[in-house]
Design a protein. Structure first.
Length: 356
């Protein structure tokens, strides 16, 4: 006779009946309220075996169940973030009661067009990566479920838009005069190359007085960035002196109201608006694909640092890339020494062109 057993938080049917070995999940959470339904599925499985109709079955698990299991696993690994929770909670409002077996390319396409149709391909791709991670974990966890192959939009995220030194200075001067509340924010992004989220997490102790270095800690759970130390520019030295005098838990880069932001997205939207106003005022691109965005200030730091003589190894350390292949996108910023090397090949002793 088959039995109902708890396994990994779900009711499973297990045992041997009429020579048929059974080990499969019911897809039902292991609660007392679900046990009676699990028993009915057990009886149904025995009847199918007796009638010769038993075979592999598809899971009854919903996307909400799969999401909760995925979240629990990531929290156990200490790799769960507030950003993931916000995004996946919103998706759960729509997909929560949909069975995993009902999710296919057509259903996802329809959802993307209605919900994310206004977003850039790169953003849609990142959202889908989070969504499909839930299905992939269910695939690993459930023997009877096979996640579908879902096509994602092709996106070229390799933006290399940046400001020249004179443009950066003019823009920051405008911000200082017209939007002074955000001047420290934008100076820091240009002069350190930090990602916005990294800047928002800085504390007074991040600024080291003894060696004039900004220490940026590796974000917990992230693998694409490493801890690094960034020397001060004169402007950053002024900010560092101000920040070190503040309480340890102070918000160094506050919103216009003087407190913490509601999230990185709110900060990004506000600072992008300030950038747009500044770029429009001084004649820089402020709309379309060429417009200057917050993350382009990181590219500006990389460009200006390379122009000052940094090589790829320097940029890798300053930008915090764990893999130099991530830094290679900036190789075009670095002045090649090949021209000098080739010009002096063989000591510069070349045959005259007349003899060729």
């Amino acid at each position: 006779m088959l039995k109902i057993k708890k396994d990994n938080g779900y009711w499973h049917i297990a045992g041997t009946f009429m020579g048929e070995r059974v080990r499969r999940t019911t897809g039902l959470r292991a609660t007392q309220g679900m046990k009676s339904l699990a028993e009915k599925l057990r009886v149904a499985a025995e009847k199918d075996i007796a009638d010769g109709k038993y075979g592999p079955v598809k899971t009854h698990e919903t996307w909400r169940d799969a999401y909760h299991a995925y979240r629990a696993w990531k929290m156990m690994e200490k790799r769960w973030t507030v950003r993931q929770e916000r995004k996946l909670d919103k998706m759960c409002d729509f997909w929560g009661d949909v069975r995993l077996t009902e999710i296919d390319q057509a259903a996802i396409n329809a959802y993307v067009m209605v919900t994310w149709g206004h977003l850039e391909p790169g953003t849609i791709r990142r959202y889908l990566n989070d969504f499909l991670a839930v299905l992939s974990y269910a695939d690993e966890r459930l023997e009877e479920y096979k996640s579908p192959k879902i096509k994602r939009p092709v996106a070229d995220d390799a933006r290399d838009i940046h400001l020249e030194e004179s443009e950066a200075n003019e823009l920051l001067d405008w911000i200082a005069a017209e939007r002074p509340e955000y001047h420290p924010h934008l100076v820091t992004l240009v002069d350190t190359g930090l990602r916005l989220g990294e800047m928002m997490r800085l504390k007074p102790k991040s600024f080291r007085d003894e060696d004039h270095l900004l220490v940026v800690k590796r974000t917990h759970g992230k693998t694409k960035t490493i801890t690094r130390q960034i020397p001060y520019t004169p402007a950053m030295r002024v900010l560092a002196n101000r920040f070190r005098a503040m309480p340890s838990g102070a918000t160094l880069y506050p919103s216009k109201l003087g407190g913490a932001w509601s999230g990185d997205n709110a900060a990004s939207a506000t600072l992008n608006t300030a950038l747009k106003q500044g770029c429009k005022a001084i004649g820089l691109p402020y709309e379309g694909e060429e417009k200057i965005r917050v993350h382009d200030l990181r590219h500006t730091f990389a460009y200006l640092t390379a122009k000052a003589g940094a090589d790829l190894g320097d940029l890798q350390l300053l930008l915090g890339h764990s893999d130099i292949s991530m830094t290679m996108r900036y190789r075009g910023f670095i002045s090649s020494r090949a021209t000098t090397y080739v010009s002096n090949l063989r000591g510069g002793n070349q045959l005259s062109t007349a003899s060729l």
